[in-house]
Design a protein around this ligand. Structure first.
Ligand SMILES: Cc1ncc(COP(=O)(O)O)c(C=O)c1O
Length: 410
């Protein structure tokens, strides 16, 4: 008898000439190997079939949803504070929510694939032509469309080290080569990035303010970089957090003059519509129409389009959010100094802090019901990123953070 998955069975026998032989373990191993090799040949797995670059593709790690943490730790979801994804703690404009709800009444219809009304609103707001806008399922999709349009096998894409990870993911997805330029004091080195450009470079990505550092480059630095780029390179300025700046760089003039620059923006941050997934890019109409060829026809849903239009119009809500965010930033920065906590000066809606061990801080704070983002995936293992929350949330995050740091040093 021998053991198999199905319990004890008679050891299989094989005949050799007139002699009956019991199959040895060695024979069985050999047989399994042959079966495995045969199966591989005629029955490949999905991993054998997909494009090889997909197997090398790193997986994006999003901020942990409240419900996951509540389930894992047996906590009441309403007591959990999520400061992990740079969302708007004040929610969305009530006007945007009302517009989204109204759009639900016609939800049986496909959305306007051309996003006519939203493009009209954006054009009015940014004083550009509607044909200069492409709308995405989040600005993330617009970044991916740039990959579709420009990046092929072996093409280089220049970005700062530790920049928003989607630039690297998009590059790798299309078989490109991410060229990461070291930062200086947590700021992107734009002249270094210009120097990293080669004949194979297709795109240069920069977020200013940057995520996850929160640092920002000056207007002069950005313009100097653009000036230094050759004609075969498209410069992409990711303006996901530009609404938080007092005086953001404005590339509309350069776009009008024909410089190869393109900007992306989102409704996920200051407009508080992250759950609806809506963002956009703007640039030269020729580039926009080329990007549109790679776009799925109904990529921006009807509720998101309606809410985005109303959100754009509610300037007083945006101003209120800017003000509250600035207060939250001051709250943290003023307390970090006396506590001797190292942080990066932020220009966005989050603050990035050196806690010695990002994962340990993340876990300890999570036990307190505060979800933050450890930055190991960005090569910043000692750091966590904490989104600015409401006053109450900020106070809870600071208390949890200081308790973690005290325990570490104590
Ligand atoms: C720098 C940057 N760009 C783009 C995005 C993507 O935003 P969304 O796809 O929600 O528009 C984010 C989101 O965190 C970001 O931090």
């Amino acid at each position: 008898m021998h053991h198999s998955l199905f319990g004890e069975v008679a050891r299989p026998r094989i005949r050799w000439g007139g002699t009956v032989l019991f199959r040895s373990g060695l024979l069985e191993a050999l047989e399994s190997l042959l079966v495995f090799a045969f199966r591989k040949k005629i029955m490949p797995t999905y991993a054998d079939l997909v494009k090889p670059e997909l197997l090398l593709q790193p997986v994006y790690q999003p901020g942990k949803p409240i419900e996951y943490v509540a389930r894992e730790l047996g906590l009441d979801p309403s007591t959990i504070v999520k400061l992990a994804s740079n969302e708007n703690p004040l929610g969305a404009s009530p006007k945007a929510i009302a517009a989204g709800k109204a759009a639900m009444d016609s939800i049986q219809l496909y959305p306007d694939g051309g996003c006519y009304d939203l493009k009209q609103s954006l054009a009015k707001s940014l004083e550009l032509d509607p044909e200069q806008f492409i709308i995405g399922n989040g600005s993330n999709e617009v970044l991916e469309l740039l990959g579709h349009a420009f990046v092929g096998e072996g093409d280089e894409v220049v970005m700062g080290q530790g920049a928003f990870i989607v630039y690297k993911l998009v590059t790798l997805l299309f078989g490109g080569v991410p060229v990461e330029v070291p930062t200086v004091d947590h700021r992107h080195d734009l002249l270094g990035m210009a120097a990293a450009v080669t004949d194979r470079t297709k795109l240069v990505f920069l977020a200013s303010p940057d995520n996850p550092s929160g640092s920002s480059n000056t207007k002069e630095e950005v313009l100097e970089l653009i000036e230094a780029l050759p004609e075969h390179v498209v410069f992409v300025l990711d303006e996901a957090y530009s609404e938080y700046l007092d005086d953001p760089v404005d590339l509309r003039g350069l776009i009008a003059k024909g410089s190869k620059v393109f900007c992306t923006r989102t409704f996920s941050k200051i407009y508080g519509l992250a759950g609806l997934r809506i963002g956009y890019g703007y640039g030269d109409p020729e580039l926009v129409s080329l990007l549109n060829r790679a776009r799925e026809p109904f990529n921006a849903n009807a509720v998101a389009q309606a809410a985005a239009i109303a959100a754009l119009e509610d300037r007083s809500f945006v101003e209120k959010c800017r003000g509250e965010n600035a207060d939250g930033v001051s709250f943290f920065e003023e307390r970090f100094e006396p506590l001797g906590i190292e942080y990066i000066k932020t220009y966005a809606n989050f603050v990035t802090i050196n806690v010695g061990n990002g994962v340990a801080a993340f876990e300890a704070m999570q036990d307190d019901g505060v979800i933050v983002r450890p930055l190991a995936p960005y090569g910043m293992g000692e750091w966590v990123r904490v989104s600015i929350g409401t006053k109450v949330e900020n106070a809870r995050a600071l208390a949890s953070l200081t308790s973690f740091l005290n325990k570490r040093s104590g």
